[in-house]
Write a new protein. Structure first.
Length: 295
């Protein structure tokens, strides 16, 4: 095997593995965007909270980072339900600009609150197995990133089953499709919106825990993940679990190959160029459609 082929294979593996984390970030943003018609600018800030939850549980109590993921998801679920019922629901019928500014305010509040409480120090989750890897011939597969990809696939599968096989999922899809018709069927719209927002933040919390095992943790890290979530949603197509998953994997591959072949400063340039191309050729995304969220 030539060195060029070996590098290409290694980049493919790295891109797919890190793309799992990106996909989990995109799942939550796609859910809120598709059902509530709200672009949650604070989504990355909630990812950051998930990362800190995993970090502190691991640092203070020695809980394995993967074992903290349900806790991070649960904490963000409760926070999301409360925020939607108390705050977001008050402006859910307002213009796009109002909801945009509201979530932008959330982002500023959460980020600066984290900065005041935890300072700007960069932290990391380092476990005894962080440096372990599988050697598949010339290709190295980091153990942590392989496990994060497995968690990402599991989260996507569970969300798909929730949306397609449960009464709650049917209520969410009905509300996303036609709110007035759903209300006439007796579906509690406010509760469905709050549950949807809570589920989205739970996935953000899990995504933050996964990100904390691969990226440095600091209060301003959320901005980067908000942009990633946005690109993943648009690439894969709004309203599709499979689209968010594939969009995240594509984003991971694009950034990894661009950084490896062109240099570290070209990863997002190539990814955003692909985003523009997709919008020009297929505005609904690779797997999306004009309708709202579906499983």
């Amino acid at each position: 095997m030539t060195p060029a082929v070996q590098i290409a294979l290694q980049n493919a593996v790295n891109g797919l593995l890190i793309g799992g984390t990106y996909a989990t970030v995109g799942l939550g943003m796609s859910l809120v965007w598709g059902v509530l018609n709200v672009i949650n600018i604070a989504h990355g800030a909630f990812v950051m909270l998930g990362a800190y939850t995993t970090y502190w549980l691991f640092t203070l109590y020695g809980i394995d980072p993967f074992a903290t993921l349900p806790i991070a998801g649960g904490v963000l679920f409760v926070l999301g339900y409360g925020l939607q019922r108390v705050v977001v629901n008050q402006v859910i019928r307002a213009s796009f600009l109002i909801t945009f500014l509201l979530t932008f305010g959330f982002d500023l509040l959460i980020t600066n609150g984290a900065l005041a409480v935890w300072t700007a120090d960069v932290r990391a989750v380092t476990t005894p197995y962080s440096g372990r890897a599988l050697h598949l011939g010339p290709v190295i597969v980091p153990a942590v990133r392989l496990m994060t990809l497995g968690v990402a696939l599991l989260v996507a599968l569970l969300l798909h089953l929730l949306m397609s096989r449960t009464r709650l999922g049917s209520a969410i899809r009905a509300t996303a499709s036609d709110q007035d018709a759903a209300r006439l069927q007796g579906i509690p719209i406010g509760h469905v919106y709050a549950i949807t927002f809570a589920i989205a933040l739970a996935t953000a919390g899990i995504a933050g825990g996964l990100a904390g095992m691969s990226f440095p943790i600091y209060p301003a890290m959320g901005a980067n993940f908000t942009f990633i979530g946005f690109v993943v949603c648009v690439l894969g197509g709004l309203g599709s679990v499979a689209g968010a998953l594939i969009g995240g994997l594509i984003f991971g591959l694009l950034t990894t190959y661009a950084a490896g072949w062109l240099g570290p400063n070209y990863d997002y340039i190539v990814a955003f160029s692909a985003l523009i191309l997709v919008l020009l050729v297929r505005p609904a995304g690779l797997f999306g459609r004009a309708a709202r969220f579906r499983g």
